[in-house]
Ligand binder design. Structure first.
Ligand code: ADP
Length: 512
């Protein structure tokens, strides 16, 4: 109802005087009155206008009131229009109107009592108004549901077991490729669209949900225009007093999502396969390289020992006996061979991280640190270094390698000291599945752009004259940490000291 339009009441009587009287009685009502002087004229007006109520005189020449009502009953457009018969007092109207049960029917006897008539009419008008309102709401609902890309439906299962769709939206029919009239007429025709391989489960789940009156949830295939569509259906039951259950449901086409998910899964699988292949290949070439580095450095040792031995012999025997240049050259040779020996030893210990690592065992890191500090006593003393530390845990590690990490980091912290004497702190903090260690110093620091490459073998930032070393210590630390399932990195600024962090996986069953 738009509120501005009054409902139409059609009054039908063959006598103009009666019409006038009726109009007078109804004049105070909020309705628009239309008149007809015969049954024929009345039917014409009922077809033409939207009539809220017909006040129908029964006794008319030609087509009487009952005849009019009977014809109105048979026409689609007029069959729902309520009729209030006006009858002579002596007529057995109650009996006669039995046949018009489907529409709203009532009667009133002559002579008319204005009060009673108005009461009856206003009841009919209220009925009309609420019906118009519910029609409007339904239309709005249908318009709305036709516009969203989700199908909606209402399905009723009667107490006696029969079932039918009460409402299906346009998208419902489009998504499932169903004919609206066919589905409304025969609910089972909706099953035709279910993919044959899914049909059995679909029917079973439907039945179960119906019997238990539990929400119905379904994701499966439908065949729509010979194409497989993935459909998601969700529907909730509402119980009515009559024992009927009414199911309001939504239908969503998830084919695109499903295809994307499948494609993604396939891609992931392929990617995993490729990563796996790559990893195996890398592992193999890594092993080969390690093997090569080990064999090369091992086999180089012997000839180097010879060269170095003879160089030292030369130095001892002929120092001061040849000219100055010869002395210098011999000195270079001795130095070079010594450095090469250092390099080869470092390379060997680098390649041994994996090949000759001990098995992991419970190790008290406090004790390891104490041992490292004892080993370094001389350099600690000569540089006035102060070393502090947090309480350190007992961890499942290779004891020798844990020693190696701490010793390398502490040695560097002292070696790369600034003017002030070194202050070094060894920290340890438990995180979810690992321990985070840190070694903080107040040394010369490292510019951010170098912070990654210092963990690569032979990468140094200084000459050997500035700081002795082989550039292998941090590469060894990285290997060891990775062998223990952790990571290593540094935070530093040039001139601001450095903090090296590394993590060690906390293995189950180990105390901390
Ligand atoms: P080496 O100490 O033999 O040079 P490392 O692999 O231990 O080899 O270190 C690589 C480089 O990283 C060092 O040459 C140095 O430039 C830098 N570095 C390592 N530790 C520190 C530190 N605590 N402070 C400043 N620079 C450092």
């Amino acid at each position: 109802m738009d509120g501005t339009k009054q409902p139409n009441i059609l009054i039908v009587d063959d006598k103009p005087a009666n019409l006038k009287a009726l109009r007078a009685v109804l004049s105070a009502m909020d309705a628009h009155i239309i008149e007809a002087l015969s049954g024929n004229a009345a039917l014409g007006l009922m077809l033409e206008f939207d009539i809220a109520l017909v006040l129908l005189d029964v006794n008319m020449p030609g087509m009487d009131g009952f005849e009019v009502a009977r014809i109105a009953q048979t026409l689609e457009r007029t069959k729902e229009i309520p009729i209030l018969f006006i009858t002579a007092a002596y007529q057995d109207t109650a009996h006669q109107i039995e046949g018009y049960r489907s529409g709203a029917i009532d009667y009133i006897e002559k002579p008319l009592n204005g009060e009673v008539l108005r009461a009856k009419v206003s009841l009919f008008l209220r009925l009309y108004n609420s019906r118009a309102e519910s029609d409007r709401l339904r239309k709005e609902y249908e318009e709305l549901t036709a516009r969203i890309p989700v199908g909606t439906y209402t399905f009723r299962i009667r107490a006696n077991g029969s079932m039918a769709f009460e409402y299906v939206s346009e998208p419902f029919c489009r998504l499932l490729g169903l004919d609206r009239q066919a589905v409304l007429h025969d609910a089972a025709s909706a099953f035709n669209a279910v993919h044959p391989e899914e049909l059995e489960t679909f029917i079973r789940l439907n039945q179960e949900a119906g019997e238990k009156r539990q929400p119905f949830l379904w994701v499966g295939r439908f065949l729509v225009a010979d194409q497989i569509r993935w459909i998601h259906i969700e529907s909730l039951p509402r119980l009515e007093e009559s024992g009927d259950s009414v199911w309001n449901g939504v239908v969503i086409d998830i084919t695109e999502r499903k295809q994307m998910e499948d494609a993604l899964r396939r891609l992931n699988d392929e990617l995993e396969d490729r990563v796996q292949e790559r990893t195996t290949e890398l592992e193999r070439s890594n092993r080969d390289l390690q093997q090569f580095a080990y064999v090369a450095s091992h086999d180089l040792q012997e000839p180097l020992r010879q060269v170095s031995g003879f160089a030292q012999l030369l130095a001892r025997r002929y120092q001061g006996r040849l000219d100055e240049k010869a002395d210098k050259y011999i000195g270079y040779m001795v130095d070079g061979t010594r450095y090469m020996q250092e390099l080869i030893e470092a390379l060997l210990s680098f390649s041994r991280v994996h090949t000759s690592g001990n098995t992991l065992q419970a190790v008290d890191c406090e004790q390891v640190l104490a041992q490292v500090v004892r080993n370094m006593a001389k350099s600690i003393k000569s540089t006035n270094a102060v070393i502090t530390h947090d309480p350190l845990p007992v961890l499942q590690v290779d004891p020798f390698q844990m020693h190696q990490i701490l010793q390398n980091l502490l040695t560097n912290a002292i070696k790369f000291r600034a003017e002030a004497s070194p202050h070094i702190h060894v920290g340890a903090k438990q995180q979810r599945e690992e321990w985070l260690f840190s070694v903080q110093d107040n040394g010369i620091g490292i510019e951010p752009r170098h912070q990654e490459r210092i963990f690569t073998i032979f990468q140094r930032l200084h000459t050997r004259v500035q700081y002795p070393g082989t550039g292998i210590g941090l590469a060894i630390c990285k290997r060891i940490v990775e062998r223990h399932g952790g990571q290593i990195w540094v935070k530093s600024e040039a001139g601001q000291g450095s903090t090296f962090f590394f993590t060690i996986k906390h293995r189950p069953g180990q105390e901390s």
